[in-house]
Ligand binder design. Structure first.
Ligand SMILES: CCCC(=O)SCCNC(=O)CCNC(=O)[C@H](O)C(C)(C)COP(=O)(O)OP(=O)(O)OC[C@H]1O[C@@H](n2cnc3c(N)ncnc32)[C@H](O)[C@@H]1OP(=O)(O)O
Length: 289
């Protein structure tokens, strides 16, 4: 399978980009963590964890995210991943303290290139990904939601591209991904108006794929994470190689020209044809009633 097309980063040394150089600069801004829990179900939970700053991304967290994405790329038994924020909120974007200290445009662009590489690799994981949005997803936090295959929003949650209010535009790849998700007219409205997207509007424009239920009976209530896990498990039932193949054919269809996508699809098909799941299904003469 031609993995280089569907797994690669955007920037490398041929673009004059040094991942190691920017990593060193980012590590000067500590605080928070990105926590990864890989579960036997094949669904991992990735938690953006910096509650004192509403889960804003410190530089160290940007580096941590890149390391966790590498671990997910290498997770043979994985099928899905849920991206959530700690303490009932999603993520308030980049840490404004780091933004102030790195305010020259060269450093800003290098930080963007680093985050674009990581978020592109997150979206290209051979896993089905869901952003679980509780509370606020602001600025870079809104951009992060677009680096997942799906978004589930709790009622009361907000996705807001606040960049315009900060004198900015998205730089972590959020604008490009938003256009593919909601179309250029809706994207222009969301960015130009810094619109607060609640769960209702999110579903209406196709940014959100579902709204999480709030059960007022606390004893019976499922947490947002439990609801997201059961929603995702509809799509991750079955053996990991087959689920990974499903994600890869969709990814190649999304990213490649038709001819390249067709060739890649043929290669991915070849990786499951005659495989254990295929042979077992043939042997059991399964009917699809
Ligand atoms: C290419 C990437 C571009 C970007 O991401 S630019 C950053 C965009 N994000 C923002 O501008 C978010 C600014 N923050 C806010 O609007 C509000 O803090 C927010 C998230 C709505 C929460 O409001 P409240 O519930 O009233 O809470 P609060 O304001 O008292 O915040 C609690 C503590 O969190 C801190 N915080 C929130 N967002 C932060 C951020 N992005 N960077 C650094 N610190 C941040 C905030 O300063 C406050 O800290 P402290 O308690 O005053 O020490």
């Amino acid at each position: 399978v031609n993995c280089s097309i569907i797994f690669g980063s955007v920037y490398s040394s041929i673009h004059g980009f040094s991942q190691e150089e920017i990593k060193e600069k980012l590590l000067a801004f500590p605080g928070g963590s990105i926590d990864l829990l890989k579960q036997d179900s094949g669904i991992a939970v990735l938690t953006i964890n910096n509650p004192p700053r509403m889960n804003a991304f410190s530089g160290a967290m940007m580096v941590d995210l890149e390391e966790k994405v590498t671990q997910l790329e290498n997770w043979t038994d994985g099928k899905g991943v849920i991206v959530q924020g700690a303490a009932q909120t999603f993520c308030s974007g980049s840490d404004l303290n780091a933004v102030r200290a790195m305010s020259n445009s060269q450093d800003g662009m290098k930080m963007c290139m680093f985050m674009q590489n990581t978020l592109t690799r997150l979206l290209r994981l051979p896993l089905i990904s869901v952003a679980l949005v509780e509370g606020n997803a602001l600025g870079g936090g809104a951009e992060l939601t677009t680096a997942c295959d799906f978004r589930l929003m709790a009622s009361g949650s907000v996705i807001q591209f606040v960049h315009k209010h900060m004198g900015l535009v998205p730089g972590w790849g959020g604008a490009a991904r938003l256009v593919t998700l909601v179309g250029s007219r809706n994207a222009l409205k969301l960015l130009g108006g810094a619109v607060k997207v609640d769960s209702e509007l999110g579903v209406h424009i196709g940014l959100a794929d579902g709204v999480l239920k709030v059960d007022l009976d606390a004893a019976r209530a499922e947490t947002g994470l439990q609801q997201a896990e059961s929603w995702l498990s509809q799509y991750t039932k079955g053996p990991a190689p087959v689920i990974k193949a499903v994600k890869k054919v969709v990814l190649s269809g999304r990213e490649l020209s038709l001819s390249d996508a067709l060739r890649t699809e043929k290669d991915i098909f070849g990786s499951v044809w005659g495989g254990p799941a295929n042979l077992q299904a043939l042997a059991s003469k399964s009917k699809h009633k």
